[in-house]
Design a protein around this ligand. Structure first.
Ligand code: AMP
Ligand code: MG
Length: 324
């Protein structure tokens, strides 16, 4: 993708802001990130302050290339090398034993560090121009849905961010797969676009799918990713429409996210009618935000099948539903 002049100017401004210890929001293929220089603990502290995020929740270090991994980790294991080769740049975060250069502020005091190389030309240009690892969580207030458009970041964090780089809507729309390589077998801590089966195929051995229960990974609270409206997950459109009519009878306003949702009656506001599991992921968080903007009280979601990225979409819906 050729870089337009505005993009080049935004990258230069972003790199300068990172070097000055300030916060820069940037697009990735998953969601927008809120970045700071990963090796500057004061800058990293600014991320937690801007988000209102508990400081024991670790951040992901974003690199411009797998060649930049070695200084951050204790060792590049054969598993890490194989996965980086197969999936980077891409929506896979690897949790590895850290080196001494990674500040406690980034790892939440753990002896592990999470790293990935994002597959987005503007993210790679920014990190490359800055010339070091960029620590970044999603660029939202703590507990809220991740932003998938630059305007979402401005609406929620505008004042706290020195530069927002606008790359248009994020292609994938939900956060990266997080794989812990420090356990045996390796374990998925957060499902995403890259499935446990894809990881197992590259590693040529079993990968533990995500553990159940609230405390499975730091920062993976049950109550994450929640919009202001209540979220309810229903089995099919008929069940959702019956529920929508009940809500309307009680004077409430229901919103619908469902494959095949279309010319339904005016008991519901259709928030998204995804045409595939990938499309569902891409539209999910914008649909949550639209619900809040349109005064929807209850979001009724009919999930995609539990395969591929559908596993990750169902995970986010369950967390959003648990959030209220
Ligand atoms: P976010 O910054 O909101 O995209 O979330 C980053 C997620 O990566 C966290 O919520 C953790 O689940 C995971 N993570 C980051 N660093 C570590 C680490 N050192 N050990 C385990 N999980 C991590
Ligand atoms: Mg987040």
């Amino acid at each position: 993708m050729p870089m337009t002049t505005p993009d080049a100017a935004a990258i230069a401004a972003g790199a300068a802001a990172l070097a000055a210890g300030r916060l820069v929001a940037f697009p990735t293929e998953t969601v927008y990130g809120l970045g700071a220089s990963a090796l500057d603990p004061v800058a990293v502290a600014g991320i937690f302050a801007a988000k209102g995020r508990p400081t024991d929740h670790p951040l992901i270090c974003h690199l411009a290339s797998a060649d930049d991994l070695a200084p951050l980790v204790a060792a590049i294991t054969p598993d890490a090398a194989a996965l980086a080769d197969a999936f980077w740049p891409g929506p896979l975060t690897l949790v590895m034993h850290r080196s001494a250069v990674v500040p406690d502020a980034v790892t939440g005091g753990r002896d592990t560090v999470a790293v990935r190389v994002p597959a987005h030309p503007l993210a790679l240009a920014l990190i490359g121009a800055f010339g070091g690892p960029v620590a970044a969580p999603s660029a939202n207030r703590f507990g809220r849905p991740s932003p998938t458009r630059a305007q979402d970041v401005l609406d929620e964090l505008g004042d706290a961010v020195a530069v927002v780089i606008d790359g248009g809507p994020c292609e994938i729309g939900i956060e990266s797969t997080v794989l812990d390589l420090t356990t045996e077998p390796p374990q998925v801590l957060r499902p995403g676009r890259i499935s446990a089966d894809q990881l197992a195929h590259v590693l040529r051995r079993a990968v533990a799918a995500e553990a159940s229960g609230p405390a499975r990974a730091p920062g993976m609270l049950e109550s994450h990713y929640a919009p202001g409206a209540r979220v309810e997950v229903l089995g099919d459109i008929d069940a959702a429409m019956a529920r929508a009519r009940d809500i309307a009878e009680d004077g409430g306003r229901a919103g619908l996210i469902a494959p095949g949702a279309g010319d339904t009656d005016n008991a519901v506001t259709v928030l998204a009618a995804p045409t595939s599991p990938d499309d569902y992921a891409a539209r999910l968080y914008a649909a949550f935000r639209r619900a809040d903007a349109q005064g929807v009280d209850v979001i009724l979601a009919v999930p995609p099948p539990a395969e591929g990225i559908g596993v990750a979409v169902r995970d986010r819906l369950a967390r959003a539903a648990a959030g209220r």
